[in-house]
Design a protein around this ligand. Sequence first.
Ligand code: HEC
Length: 181
Amino acid sequence: MSLFEINKIIAAIIFTLVIIYIINKIGNIIINPKTPEEQAYKIEIPETEVSSNEIAESTEKSNIEPISLLLKDASLEKGEKLASKCSACHNFKKGEPHKIGPNLFGIIDRPIGTLDGYAYSSEMATFGDKWTYENLAKFLYKPKDYIKGTKMNFTGLKKVEDRANMVLWLREKSDNPPPLP
Ligand code: HEC
């Protein structure tokens, strides 16, 4: 092998190394593997402590299933059974006296907390709005959540079917039941 040939081989090796170096550099520039000094997005931990209970409650509240679509297939018979939970405190027939709670005859679409001759809590009396099908169903899910400070001591009807059956039955307690939604 002549010196000239050895030179060519060395030149080829150097050339290859230079090419590898350049490719490597270009790759680095394109992909940029440098770790940034700060994380791209910081995970902020809120300073006010929110208890897991509160989170559970607020998601619970916004997740109360609506009853409107269930009403047309709801059961009056099952509603009647559920009404036994209310009858300790409520009458349902026209003209019957108030008990611990107000008479519920004609409750659908009635303005909330407005019957004469019944002493509502100030929270219910000043709540505003009326008992639409959905308002009533949300109230019945957990009364003390819907109207904070209400004096109705009832834990609530957690199953959406129960609420639909109950509300359909209550709707019948009227001279002129309003149309279903
Ligand atoms: C332990 C007694 C008690 C039970 C059980 C009870 N309620 Fe009540 N209810 C009350 C009281 C007391 C009020 C008045 C609340 C207030 O003034 O804050 C009330 C108010 C209401 C109102 C508002 C009426 C209006 O005029 O605006 C509705 C609707 C109602 N109850 C429905 C029901 C239904 C339906 C049930 C059964 C699933 C039920 N309640 C079970 C005591 C009770």
